[in-house]
Design a protein. Structure first.
Length: 206
């Protein structure tokens, strides 16, 4: 298969891979994720912004596997915590923590806080083995609940309340979430100009 007909989603997170694959279905490209390959080295996500980390993951994956790669770096930024957990969202309660433990730690830190504004931010990077990358961004604003609600989604979804729908992200179906989420916004931008993305990949793939 021609390398330009495959796009690697640079994640082993099944929830994230499914969200992205669903939004990009229908295009003449085969979507794979890191679980479709054997062990590859871990990327150290030591960037100071979502943008840096997304580019690092996409570029590294493209170089290692030889296919174009799409990576997202996303996280929760909380007003009362000066933007934390931010780029550390996945490691907020330690590298081996579960989603539930991360939510609990954040709720503990928010005890007594009246300002519960938070936003999910996402940067998508599409990279080829060498050279530049394409970048897309999305942001979704909400508030943190006092306790988890809902059983869908992943990450901080059970404690992120989206007022226009009056539900947490974990109370939404994947399709409902994709309509409003930070990642959904960024992916729709990719989808809306995917023909251009594929032309760009064709030009830049070695």
């Amino acid at each position: 298969m021609n390398p330009t007909e495959i796009l690697i989603i640079a994640t082993r997170n099944q929830g994230k891979a499914a969200e992205i694959s669903e939004l990009l279905s229908g295009f003449p490209i085969t979507i794979k994720n890191l679980n479709d390959f054997g062990p590859i080295p871990e990327v150290e996500e030591d960037g100071e912004s979502f943008d840096e980390n997304a580019y690092k993951k996409a570029s590294f994956t493209a170089r290692i596997l030889g296919y174009p790669a799409l990576a997202d770096d996303s996280g929760l930024v909380v007003d009362a915590l000066n933007g934390a957990p931010g780029v550390y969202s996945a490691r907020f309660a330690g590298p081996q923590a579960t989603d539930e433990e991360r939510c609990q730690k954040l709720l503990q830190q928010m005890e007594g806080q009246s300002n519960r504004k938070a936003a999910f931010e996402c940067v998508l990077s599409i990279a080829v083995p060498f050279g530049p990358a394409l970048t897309y961004e999305g942001r979704c604003e909400g508030v943190l609940t006092e306790a988890p609600r809902g059983a869908n989604g992943f990450g901080y979804d059970p404690i992120f309340y989206y007022a226009p729908i009056k539900k947490t992200f974990a109370e939404l179906t994947r399709q409902e979430k994709s309509q409003v989420s930070h990642r959904g916004q960024a992916l729709r931008q990719v989808r809306d100009e995917f023909d251009k993305v594929m032309q760009w990949i064709e030009i830049h793939m070695p």
